[in-house]
Design a protein around this ligand. Structure first.
Ligand code: NAP
Length: 324
C-alpha cells in the first residue's frame, strides 16, 4: 500500500483508511456480544494485513461500542497500537430515541470535547489518539472554547494532530484564527454519486450552481495543505446494488464500473475507490465495509490507475452529463 506524507505532521497515512461507523452492533446500550468482538478484530486485522494503517473512529458510533470493540482488539493485540494511526471524531451528542428527550446536538465546549476524548481513550485502551477531529460544525461554537480544548488535549498528550469534518472553507478559516494547531485534514462525503466538490471546480460561472458553501472547498484545502478524506466512498454500497428502478445515471455508472473492472482484471470496489485516488491532491477514501472480502477487494484500488479518459467517463456517467 502506498502512503501519503501528511503536511504539517510526521504522519505517513496509507492511501486508504478504514472506518468504524458500522462496528459495535446496534445504537443502544446492549453490551457488545462475543460475536461482535470477534468480527471487529477480524475486520481491523484484515484491514491492517492489507496495508491500511489508519483507523477512523467517532465517540458516537454505536454509542461508544464501536470504540470499545476497537479497544478490545488493541488490547488483545499489543503490538497493534504502534502500527496504526487512530483518528477520533468528537463534538456530537446523540439525542434521545423518543419525541420528548433531549435533541441530537453539537457541543464544542471545552468541557464536552475534553471529557468525550477522555471517555474514548478509556474505551480504546490507549493513552492517546494520533488525530482528533471536530465531527460536524456547531452553530453555537465559541472558538475560544475549542482553542482551550485543543491546547489542553495537546498539552496532556491525548492527541497529536487536529482536523475537522464536514467543514466549509470559511468555517476552517474562522477556526484557524483562534487555534494554534494546524488543521491537517477535512473529512467530507465524497463519491461518484456525491461528487459536487469535484464537479464544482469545472462549473465556474455556470448556471445552476446552488451549493455556495462547498464552492472552492477542495481548492481551499489544497491551498492550505489540508488533506481531504472521503467518507461514504462507495455511496453506502449504492454503486454495487443497482436495480432497474434506479435513476439512469446510477445504472450507467454501475455498468461502467463493472466494465472497467473486467478490462483491468480488478474488483468493482477498486474502480470506485481508484476514481477518488486518481485526484492529484491525494484524497484518502475511508473503507466502510464490514465484510473482510470487500475490504480486500477495496484495497486493490491502490494498484489501479485510471486514465484521464476513464476518469472523465466515470464522472460523465455519474453526472448524467458531459463537461461543459
Ligand atoms: P461506504 O463504504 O460508502 O459504505 C459502506 C456500506 O456499503 C456498508 O453497508 C457496506 O456493506 C456497503 N458496501 C460496500 N461494498 C459493497 C458491495 N460491494 N456491495 C454491496 N454493499 C457494499 O462508506 P460508509 O460506511 O458510509 O463510510 C465510511 C466511513 O466514513 C465510516 O465508517 C466512518 O468512519 C466515516 N464516516 C464519516 C462521516 C462524517 O460525518 N464524518 C459520516 C459517515 C461515515 P457491507 O458492510 O455488508 O460490506
Amino acid at each position: 500500500m502506498q502512503h501519503y506524507q501528511l503536511p504539517n505532521s510526521d504522519l505517513k497515512l496509507s492511501r486508504l483508511a478504514y472506518g468504524t461507523w458500522h462496528l459495535g452492533g446496534s445504537w443502544d446500550k446492549t453490551p457488545l456480544s462475543d460475536e461482535l468482538k470477534k468480527s471487529t478484530a477480524e475486520l481491523i486485522l484484515t484491514a491492517v494485513d492489507c496495508g491500511v494503517n489508519h483507523i477512523d473512529l467517532a465517540d458516537i458510533y454505536t454509542l461508544g461500542k464501536s470504540d470499545e470493540a476497537v479497544g478490545l482488539t488493541l488490547k488483545a493485540n499489543p503490538s497493534l497500537r504502534e502500527k496504526v494511526i487512530l483518528q477520533e471524531k468528537f463534538g456530537i451528542i446523540v439525542g434521545a430515541d423518543n419525541d420528548f428527550g433531549p435533541p441530537g446536538r453539537y457541543d464544542f465546549s471545552a468541557k464536552h470535547l475534553t471529557s468525550s476524548l477522555e471517555r474514548s481513550l478509556k474505551r480504546l485502551n490507549t493513552d492517546y489518539v494520533d488525530i482528533i477531529t471536530l465531527h460536524r460544525p456547531d452553530p453555537l461554537v465559541e472558538y475560544d472554547e475549542v482553542a482551550k480544548a485543543f491546547d489542553h488535549i495537546e498539552s496532556q498528550g491525548m492527541a497529536r494532530y487536529f482536523g475537522v469534518s464536514n467543514h466549509s472553507a470559511v468555517q476552517i478559516q474562522l477556526l484557524k484564527r483562534y487555534i494554534r494547531q494546524p488543521i491537517i485534514l477535512n473529512q467530507l462525503e465524497l463519491n461518484l454519486l456525491h461528487h459536487h466538490l469535484i464537479a464544482d471546480g469545472i462549473l465556474v460561472n455556470q448556471m445552476g450552481q446552488q451549493d455556495s458553501r462547498s464552492h472552492g472547498l477542495l481548492e481551499y484545502c489544497r491551498l492550505e495543505d489540508i488533506m481531504i478524506q472521503a467518507w461514504s466512498p462507495v455511496a453506502g454500497g449504492q454503486l454495487f446494488r443497482v436495480n432497474p428502478n434506479d435513476p439512469t445515471h446510477i445504472q450507467k455508472t454501475a455498468q461502467l464500473i463493472e466494465q472497467l473492472a473486467k478490462e483491468k482484471g480488478t474488483s468493482k470496489e477498486a474502480i470506485a475507490f481508484a476514481w477518488l485516488l486518481r485526484h492529484p491532491m491525494g484524497i484518502q477514501p475511508i473503507i466502510g465495509s464490514r465484510n473482510p472480502e470487500r475490504i480486500k477487494a477495496s484495497v486493490l484500488a491502490d494498484d489501479v490507475s485510471l486514465s484521464r479518459q476513464e476518469w472523465y467517463s466515470l464522472l460523465e456517467a455519474a453526472r448524467g452529463a458531459g463537461v461543459p
